[in-house]
Ligand binder design. Structure first.
Ligand SMILES: [Zn+2]
Length: 244
């Protein structure tokens, strides 16, 4: 019943592109469920970084999976983390040499430890092959904190959802990409984006079709309709008003 999608708003199209510090952004999945042609939320940044790890990750080859070094999770819902346990198996040998780093707020990490990597649903890969040298490491990232990965900085921003969740602001020296994560009305992300010198791409998750608008607040998410009406590509440089 549930269907998610991403709305990508690209701004400042007329600005000359120097291209020196741009990044590659590939949406691997943007659905709330699976089926032919449907994959759940994940975005690949360049070759080594994922924002969320839904079933779309399964489209990557083993070589591509092995190049992923960091996963940034927005929250614990399964459509955002489903491929995380499975990809550890796929590239286990490479991860023994160089563990996968998973960044998330501590509530998300706690949920993964308790409900997924618990030796019941899946082995506790945070202790495999050994607790001292595991193939996956969790790195708590509180809202308001940032992490530098190569040329890129990722800032975690608290957003409102049915479980603790964040959005991300991903920046290089020249470019800024915003990820809303799964959220509804909030007073936290928009001021952070507005404070950026520029926003080149904004990725907004809209989890419910308009026909289920009444259910959306219960899930702490939003519907498709308001976003394109509220914002246009030319307005992305400064987000004004109150997104519904
Ligand atoms: Zn969610």
């Amino acid at each position: 019943m549930r269907s998610a999608s991403l709305v990508l708003l690209q701004g400042r199209a007329g600005r000359p592109d120097t291209g020196t510090n741009w990044m590659k952004l590939r949406v691997l999945g943007c659905s709330g469920g699976i089926g032919a042609g449907l994959k759940t939320t994940s975005t690949l940044i360049d070759e080594d970084l994922l924002i969320d790890a839904g079933t779309g990750v399964g489209d990557l080859s083993l070589d591509q999976l092995a190049r992923i070094r960091h996963v940034f999770l927005t929250h614990s819902h399964i459509d955002h983390i489903a491929s995380l346990p499975l990809m550890l198996d796929s590239v286990y040998d490479q991860l023994v040499q160089n563990p996968l780093m998973v960044h998330a707020r501590h509530e998300t990490i706690d949920a993964l430890r308790k409900h997924l990597f618990n030796d019941v649903l899946w082995p506790d890969f945070t202790r495999i092959p050994t607790a001292e040298n595991p193939v996956i490491r969790f790195s708590p990232l509180a809202p308001g904190e940032s992490v530098q990965v190569g040329e890129r900085t990722l800032l975690s921003v608290d957003v409102r959802h049915s479980v603790p969740a964040v959005g991300y602001v991903l920046q290089t020296a020249e470019r800024t990409v915003g990820f809303s994560g799964d959220t509804t009305t909030n007073k936290t992300l928009w001021p952070v984006l507005n404070a950026c010198q520029r926003v080149d791409v904004l990725v907004i998750e809209v989890s419910f079709p308009n026909s289920l608008e009444e259910l959306a607040p219960r899930w702490g998410t939003t519907v498709r309709r308001p976003w394109p009406k509220t914002w246009s590509a030319s307005s992305i440089s400064r987000i004004s008003g109150s997104p519904p």
